[in-house]
Design a protein around this ligand. Sequence first.
Ligand code: MG
Length: 158
Amino acid sequence: MRVGLGRDVHRLAPGRRLLLGGVCISEECGCVAHSDGDCLIHALMDALLGAAALPDIGVLFPCDDEKNRGRDSCKMLREVVKMVRNRRFRIVNVDLMIQLEAPPVNPFFSAIRERLSPLLGSEGSVIGLKATTAEGLDSVGNGKAVEVFCVCLLEEEI
Ligand code: MG
């Protein structure tokens, strides 16, 4: 068994789409990012890569590379899962914690699970999703940022 940890944070700005787990959460206020800014998928990819002892997303998908501009994070996740599988690891479970002041993310959990499970090649039941606010504290609490933490467990196939 191998455990992995990932974390990502993005600034929020008006007039952008907020994507989390490949699902549009808001059309009014979204992430400032080089890629599509899907903070949840970025944290998830780093957790998977960390568990497999592979290079992180900053190395695999550099933000100064033009081909990553506006890039679909779901496609990057597909590549990462392929790399993890090539190392002969199976995803046992992933657990995600979203920190966002608004809007509430819970109503989107089933849509996020539906979007992620085929990409992970796993049942939706192995994807843990939780959301919390930061109680008005720090940049997340002030609605200026979204932050996601992820842990995952991989099992080596024998
Ligand atoms: Mg990111």
